[in-house]
Design a binder for this molecule. Structure first.
Ligand code: AMP
Ligand code: ZN
Length: 470
């Protein structure tokens, strides 16, 4: 196995990656809260995690990837206050929470497909693991880490020695940036909810009677719902057990969500939780402001790309131009540059013809060194240009660049599509390749008809699908 170095937030340094089980990796990535579309900032994080997974696979690891779907318990306030985001979404759209969760989960999976983000091996919905979450809270209660107040069961951070191991900051600092509402009953301001009661024992909050929740379950402490962080602890422990290797999310998860996951998991099991914690930097908009759903400054893949008939893979390409640990600024200008960058790359690959030779050893080694140096994708993109401009034969260039594309995920093998193909046709054509791969012939035929409606034909040649203008 080659040496792979990853920046670990726990130790604040690049470390050589060593899995618990030889040749295999357990990877847990915090998934979407499905009350709205993902914004392209969220999607930046999922692309970074996809690159990480592809790099692990490229290195020969068998990856078990688990991603959760948060369909309950994530409240609008940063620290267990406010409304459940799913309940809020249901009210906004006059639907049930289950319909909201179903709809936005599907929308998220569609976005993943459009961005060539590979699906996890296991999807887990928080509402499918209520039993496991209750069991975890019971253990914490038995061990003396949990206490009850009028609106729920809370974790006492003062009982856990290493609460600041991930954030490397005093607890007061963690509270400074968060939207914290005062709760005088909590023992420490940063204590967090493990289980919340549907109807607070004091039924009036600020004089307003709280509405009945759609999602609630019986528990040893009363009817309610799980806290946000407990779901990721329960699901990762249930699904990855003895493979707690890598856990990822965006940098905003460091101070609260992941800090709390670690505290409650290590308190319950008495063992180290995950060994490596990787975090993606933000996508910012207009002068360094974080893109966030709560800020109303967010763009979805649909609005920023699909509706404008811009190929979403341009966004994937754009994110690869900035290292995942550096903040990235979104702007139309930057996207235009990414568009011409990707189009140029497609043209260069198209010009190589169809025949593949051998993967060039020297470039393959340099490529591996770059991806294994904490996923240095900007370097890989520069290297791709070096390769394409080198004096290797076209056949060897093609074989080598397509090997790079196993990690890049830019569909360079489909660069042979006619240049003028519209984004819509490209999306349909890709979906058709996927349908054929999974032998879903009915769907493949339906997609062919859709492609034909747009004035193109889809032929199935020996080496893949050919799209041409009719
Ligand atoms: P959420 O659906 O809010 O739980 O967020 C999903 C993922 O997106 C998490 O890993 C967040 O850390 C991440 N995230 C949120 N906002 C941004 C942003 N502006 N840029 C990059 N990642 C983000
Ligand atoms: Zn999580």
């Amino acid at each position: 196995m080659n040496k792979l170095y990853l920046y670990n937030t726990l130790t604040r340094q690049k470390e050589e990656f060593k899995p618990i089980k030889k040749g295999a990796v357990g990877l847990y990535t915090c998934g979407p809260t499905v009350y709205n579309y993902a914004h392209i900032g969220n999607l930046r994080t999922y692309i970074f995690e996809d690159i990480l997974k592809r790099v692990l696979v490229y290195n020969g690891y068998k990856v078990k990837h688990v991603m959760n779907i948060t369909d309950v318990g994530h409240l609008t306030g940063d620290r267990d206050m406010g409304e459940d985001k799913l309940e809020k979404g249901a009210k906004r759209e006059n639907k049930t929470v289950w319909e909201i969760a179903e709809f936005y989960t599907q929308a998220f999976r569609d976005d993943m497909k459009r961005l060539n983000i590979t699906e996890p091996n296991i999807w887990c919905k928080a509402t499918d693991y209520i039993k496991e979450q209750i069991e975890l809270v019971e253990i914490l209660e038995k061990k003396g880490y949990a206490y009850k107040i009028s609106d729920g069961i809370y974790f006492d951070i003062a009982k856990f020695k290493n609460y600041n191991q991930l954030s490397h900051q005093p607890t007061e600092n963690l509270l400074a940036g968060a939207r914290v509402e005062k709760n005088d009953e909590k023992k420490n301001a940063a204590d967090f909810a493990l289980w919340k009661f549907s109807t607070p024992l004091t039924p009036f909050v600020g004089g307003v009677k709280t509405a009945k929740r759609q999602m609630e379950w019986p528990s040893p402490w009363g009817i309610g719902f799980p806290g946000w962080a407990i779901e990721c602890s329960a699901m990762s422990l249930a699904e990855l057990r003895d493979q707690l290797d890598i856990h990822c999310g965006g940098v905003d998860h460091i101070d609260i969500h992941h800090t709390n996951e670690i505290a409650q998991s290590e308190a319950a099991t008495g063992k180290k939780f995950f060994n490596y914690w990787l975090h993606g930097a933000f996508l910012n908009i207009a002068g360094g402001k974080k893109m966030a759903k709560s800020e109303d400054n967010f763009l979805t893949l649909k609005n920023a790309f699909i509706k404008k008939k811009i190929d979403p893979l341009i966004y994937r390409f754009a994110t690869l131009q900035t290292h995942y640990r550096k903040p990235m600024e979104y702007g139309e200008e930057a996207m235009k540059n990414a568009q011409s960058g990707l189009e140029h790359l497609y043209n260069q690959v198209r010009a190589l013809g169809q025949d593949q030779g051998k993967i060039n050893k020297e470039f393959a080694e340099k490529f591996l060194a770059a991806v294994n140096d904490d996923l240095n994708m900007p370097k890989v993109l520069a290297m791709a240009q070096e390769l394409l401009k080198s004096d290797l034969t076209n056949k060897d260039k093609l074989a080598t660049i397509l090997d790079f594309d196993k990690v890049l995920g830019l569909n360079l093998n489909q660069a042979g599509e006619p240049e003028e193909t519209s984004a819509e046709v490209t999306i349909l054509a890709r979906a058709r390749v996927k349908a054929r791969e999974s032998k879903n012939w009915t769907e493949a035929d339906r997609l062919r008809r859709e492609i034909e409606k747009l004035g193109y034909s889809a032929e199935d040649a020996k080496d893949g699908q050919r799209i041409s203008k009719k």
